[in-house]
Design a protein around this ligand. Sequence first.
Ligand code: 0WK
Ligand code: BGC
Ligand code: BGC
Length: 953
Amino acid sequence: MPHIEREELTPEESDQLLLPGGRPPLWKHMESIGAVGLQQREGVPSCSQKGLPCPSDSSELVLECLQQFKVTQTQLQQIQTSLLGSMEQALGGQASPASTVRMLPTYVGSTPHGTEQGDFLVLELGATGASLRVLWVTLMGTEGHRMEPRSQEFVIPPEVMLGPGQQLFDFAAHCLSEFLDAFPVSTQDLQLGFSFSFPCHQTGLDRSTLISWTKGFRCSGVEGHDVVQLLRDAIKRQGAYNIDVVAVVNDTVGTMMGCEPGVGPCEVGLVVDTGTNACYMEEARHVAVLDEDRGRVCVSVEWGSFGDDEALGPVLTTFDHALDRESLNPGAQRFEKMIGGLYLGELVRLVLAHLAQRGALFGGCTSPALLSRGSILLQHVTEMEDPLAGAARVHAILQDLGLSVGASDAELVRYVCTAVFTRAARLCAAALAAVLSRLQHSREQQMLQIAVATGGRVFERHPSFLSILQETVMLLVPECDVSFIPSVDGGGRGVAMVTAVAARLAAHRRLLEETLAPFRLNREQLAAVQAQMQEAMAKGLQGEASSLRMLPTYVRATPDGSERGDFLALDLGGTNFRVLLVRVTAGGVQITSQVYSIPECVAQGSGQQLFDHIVDCIVDFQQKQGLSGQSLPLGFTFSFPCRQLGLDQGILLNWTKGFNASDCEGQDVVCLLREAIGRKQAVKLNVVAIVNDTVGTMMSCGYEDPRCEVGLIVGTGTNACYMEELRNVASVAGDSGHMCINMEWGAFGDDGSLGLLRTCFDANVDQASINPGKQSFEKMISGMYLGEIVRHILLHLTSLGVLFRGQQTQRLQTRDIFKTKFLSEIESDSLALRQVRAILEDLGLPLTSDDALIVLEVCQAVSQRAAQLCGAGVAAVVEKIRENRGLEELTVSVGVDGTLYKLHPHFSGLVAATVRELAPRCAVTFLQSEDGSGKGAALVTAVACRLAQMDHV
Ligand code: 0WK
Ligand code: BGC
Ligand code: BGC
């Protein structure tokens, strides 16, 4: 960081520097009043140049003093560069060396659209020192004409500014009530924007933690706290009005946003009132703390603390150090203490006292007022400095301070005021130049055209402050075309603008919460699903009316490791149709497989076409594997509800998951396959077993872990099977041993038992499906439907104006355009919001960053409900097994497969957490199946072949 060097001024420089308001340079003035010894000045080095103690004559003393307030162009450039460096360091989130400017994101992402409308209360605290202001602002939207805000100022007693924080916020709440008592307003729902002019870490438009007090404030119990909550609590304690605090902004932001429509937009807000600060619209991607790569965000620079690391050393005068030592926050806000209106009067006082005590002013006499801190206010200085005020006013002010004013004193005092003010304006200009340079960098624009909104009483009351600032900015950043726009009514309107945006976002948040609330299932609701499922299981097993068919699979045991041989396996019903060769040896299982597609026209064509297509794939596979002509035992994973009459007999009850081939429902699909094999002369195949993919998955995992007695699929569809006690299976003879039951839980709730959980979005998806009224549980959980549920919610939120500015897009109205895999991608932790946006933009959705956040929340709500419902189902199954066996504790494994379960970043974790919550007496291990259920089908076939051989022996 460049250092700011100490510098002596050439006479030209001093001439050039001290002439605002068209007054002669000081030495010329001294000459005109016949000050002795000045002539020596031309070309004669000053006493300090000679390093000698200062001569007593007043002019030298005054010159010596004011010399300290001269900041050269070089020093201003160094300040500009140093501040720019600090800003970029803080933006990059670089911790050390710590930057002295904070660069605080404000959550204001855009300058006003002009569409904002409504009535808003505004509370301004901190901008104008010992007063707060309440305003009632009416925004008229694009109708343009402006309603004059009604406002009232309240003086804050010093003991309130320095007392307990609660007292300050109660005072503010009291002022709000007093204002509303005085100006009754029609509406009850009062929305308030809180302009809080202190450095705060914002975590939202209505959440802001005070970092440290500045200016004349130092209330206890506030730093480190959320000031919005403190105000809300105070308003509640006051209890007079129901006021909703919807936004908190820094006064610079209010100033920037309050820029007169039509002249702006202003993209920089500059305040010089009791304190000073600026904000500007930075590219979001440059703000490290924000996870954003597009759009802009308003950043409050908090330049008041620039130089708190001594970087300003050389330009700080002895008076600055004295002022800082006496201030409420020594060592802090050093830059502000050279510019802010709260300090300029004090600086002037310190200089006057210094000069008086050395005889250069007021005949060497001081007064108690002159020696007491804060006796000279900004008001005094602006008046004394004002070229029109004339010497008389100066005399009056100085006499009020108990000073006897000599002939030249008044003019000298004005020179002191000018010196202090001019330096403040020039330093402020250097800081603004740093912000403008930052904007040039951030927008990669050499020539920058920008509008700066200015606010604060230093601007309002000291006309030449702005002209000096403008001049100096032009010197420092000549390539920037800067227009200065005085903010109307001190930023109150700007605060109302932000409040309007915040109110809109808050309303959107409420609508979003209302929309997603039915997806947020609590423990009671999940426990109810578990209980209903257990009840439906018991009824299904007994053959009573139940939405759970509880289909016996004729798989009575999980593999025992003695299986051997080569088997063909088919895996139909998931995302992919696979043909597999499974070799089971003592050393384990080798699998060779090939994926084939099932075109929609085949899946929804004739049954014959579908099974002929299957046999064609088998033939192709056999040829590729050199198995042609071999008749290997075949296991058929057929992932649809089948009533099995034996291991190799399965009557298709109904299609699910987008399949709808004709002439199959009610048929034995093993026969359909055998007929298709028969139609293809060349092929000889021995179909030994038909299994559901849940059973195949359980068997496949059971081969590694014999405790695996449950199979779970969460993919295109969803379902589960488990090893039930044969005695509980009414439809199968026998009381001992086990039978694997295919629950077909996808149909759970088809009897309306899930009605309470069903949302209108579920109803939309069901009505649009090829099997309306069927597979209710599946349609709330599985991959084929989650994307559609999300799409319907997004359409709904767009119609409410919450998303995409209410613009419905053709794309979003297209069925299945929002794939379930998008949920897995969007919810992946490693994916920043920007990638979320990329996915959505590929869908042709014009979105803002808020939109991307909302879409993320919708995906989370839908997938969370799916995972929790699935978890409630698994809890019902493992509790059934535990109760079946009369065990206190059950240890069991669940074999799982399915794209959604495997690829979604949080699904599996949420299922396990829900099972732990609802079945605490079951220790459940979830085993992700690596080889799919084809291996399981082969193992079932192997077991069947082994049992058949034993029968023949
Ligand atoms: C892979 C299994 C198959 C099952 C599928 C389900 O091998 O039997 O049907 O998982 O997941 P999906 O492919 O539907 O996501
Ligand atoms: C505060 C800023 C504020 C500025 C102008 C400073 O003391 O830290 O937040 O914007 O004063 O009011
Ligand atoms: C079918 C089940 C299958 C599940 C998972 C459901 O649609 O009815 O038989 O297990 O999908 O693939």
